[in-house]
Design a protein around this ligand. Structure first.
Ligand SMILES: [Zn+2]
Ligand SMILES: [Zn+2]
Length: 350
């Protein structure tokens, strides 16, 4: 490493809608189980866009100046003395949330629901939009063979999509409707296909997003051109879908899932919109005896996604649409926010 490589540079969100790229404190390995990573790529998530736009994340205010970012991959440059699973030079994807390991949720295998989770990039915890990051080795997943860290930066949303497919109980031969073809919708689509769903229908209104869904193997419905309820009925010959994945976060989108799902089917909700309370067709859901599942991030899904990618079972073609260098992070966020119809996943290269 040269001196210039040893300098940590961070992208600080200094105020609403304002980034500043400048020198940041060099993170140091304090815990023997930690590793130091030279970050290569970080994806821009919907939550990051909200924090940039409004200075808020859920119920928390962003404590400016703040380094956010949680969809990260990079190369290991140093390891703590107790690290065994990772060596210097390994390419890794970072699972950003480190759970406590001691609570009821953690010990019963639902670590994604741990209330004590320390999640990189969720204020007040410092995130990954910086050149160097220290992270526990157990939450760094090596990328095999020629798998790139560029693809590695997609692992976090891919894990959400995989968890949605798992929560929905998608099985071989299933018909699946996915409402919303943003990053999470497309990642869920790839995961459902990998799990053996044979009829996949994706609903959105952006022709570019729908084109991406078609490239991954879905039939598509453009909301601006046809009535999605009639169209789903037509494609499924009146039966409806075994599983409906709601990935738009839109209130009407969720209401309509009751009409897409078959009697006895499952609705799996992963999209989270701004309205906490929304309308449902309770009567239809009762008569159809529908199972409703929800998704909060992911649980043991990073290794699954990496194996499936390595076996060429997950088609993520075209989900990363735009890339900006660190110096242009301000422009990158503005672009991602203002071009939602064409920008699916925008990433920052470090
Ligand atoms: Zn994310
Ligand atoms: Zn816990």
């Amino acid at each position: 490493m040269t001196d210039i490589d040893n300098l940590n540079i961070g992208a600080y969100l200094v105020d609403k809608q304002k980034y500043e790229v400048r020198e940041a404190p060099m993170p140091v390995i304090k815990n023997p189980d930690d590793v130091l990573i030279r970050i290569d790529y970080v994806g821009i998530c919907g939550a990051d866009q909200d924090m940039f736009l409004t200075g808020r994340f859920g119920i928390f205010d962003v404590d400016f100046p703040k380094i956010i970012g949680h969809e990260a991959a990079g190369t290991v440059v140093a390891i703590g003395p107790a690290v065994k699973n990772i060596k210097v030079g390994d390419k890794v994807a970072l699972e950003p949330g480190v759970p406590c390991g001691k609570c009821e949720q953690c010990i019963t295998g639902h670590y994604n629901l741990c209330a004590e989770v320390v999640f990189k990039g969720a204020p007040p915890v410092t995130g990954c939009n910086q050149r160097f990051v220290v992270h526990p080795a157990a939450w760094c997943f090596p990328l095999p063979g020629d798998m790139t860290t560029r693809l590695g930066s997609l692992m976090e949303p891919l894990a959400v999509g995989m968890h949605a497919a798992n929560q929905g109980g998608v099985r071989l031969g299933d018909t699946v409707v996915i409402n919303g073809a943003g990053t999470i919708g497309l990642c869920a689509l790839a995961a459902c296909r990998a799990k053996g769903a044979t009829s996949l229908i994706v609903i959105d209104k952006s022709p570019v997003r729908l084109m991406k869904a078609e490239a991954i193997g879905a039939a598509t419905i453009n909301l601006n051109e046809s009535d999605p309820i009639k169209k789903v009925a037509e494609i499924t010959k009146g039966r409806g879908a075994d599983v409906v994945i709601e990935a738009s976060g839109n209130a009407i989108g969720f209401l309509n899932t009751a009409y897409y799902v078959r009697t006895g089917g499952c609705i799996c909700c992963v999209g989270l919109g701004p309205k906490p309370i929304i309308e449902v067709d309770y009567q239809t859901l009762i008569y159809k005896e529908v199972t409703i599942k929800t998704v909060n991030r992911y649980c043991h899904d990073f290794p699954l996604c990496i194996s499936a990618l390595e076996a060429d079972l997950l088609n993520t073609e075209g989900i990363i649409t735009h890339e900006f260098p660190l110096e242009k992070i301000q422009e990158a966020y503005e672009f991602a926010i203002n071009n939602k119809d064409i920008a699916i996943k925008t990433i920052i290269s470090f």
